[in-house]
Design a protein. Sequence first.
Length: 165
Amino acid sequence: MKRVQKQKHEMAQKKKRRQYTMIGLVVLGGLLILIGVLLRPGDANIPEQIDVSDQQLVATGQEVYETYCAACHGFELEGQPEWQQPYADGSLKAPPHDETGHTWHHSDAYLVESIKLGGARLEPNIGVSAMPAYEDTLTDQQIAAVLAYIKSSWPQEILEAQSAR
Ligand code: HEC
């Protein structure tokens, strides 16, 4: 091979190698992002932690409940008086969390989301709710605990009905 030709050939090879390296890096980056997304601790991890038979968890949940929730939802989980009637300004009252309310009509995932996002999650046509968002106040563990406490007040058949939601 003539010298010039050889140089050209080498340059073409180098360029190819660079291209392969780039492609390799992009694929690797994509894989890392995918692994990150798959391993991310998401809401889906929470329901398994809501163990009603874990007395320590239920006790922690009671503390969380009495500190943050009882003022609206009632110290006996009874909700606000006449909770089914909205206030005069149309805003919603806090429903009970015992079996007389509709908390147990919802899945764990929905309840976790309700606590994290509060009243702001509701579509305007459903109503205005003064419930605060707790995603920056409570840890996932505290949210699991407060739900374990709420659920510990439900009779077995309600627990079973809710677990199918
Ligand atoms: C300022 C009053 C207020 C506080 C404090 C409050 N809530 Fe609420 N909560 C409401 C109102 C009003 C609703 C009904 C409207 C709605 O769903 O946002 C509600 C609804 C809910 C619901 C949905 C129930 C259902 O059946 O749809 C859950 C779950 C809930 N609250 C849990 C909690 C927990 C747990 C806490 C404490 C960490 C808490 N709330 C603190 C006012 C409050």
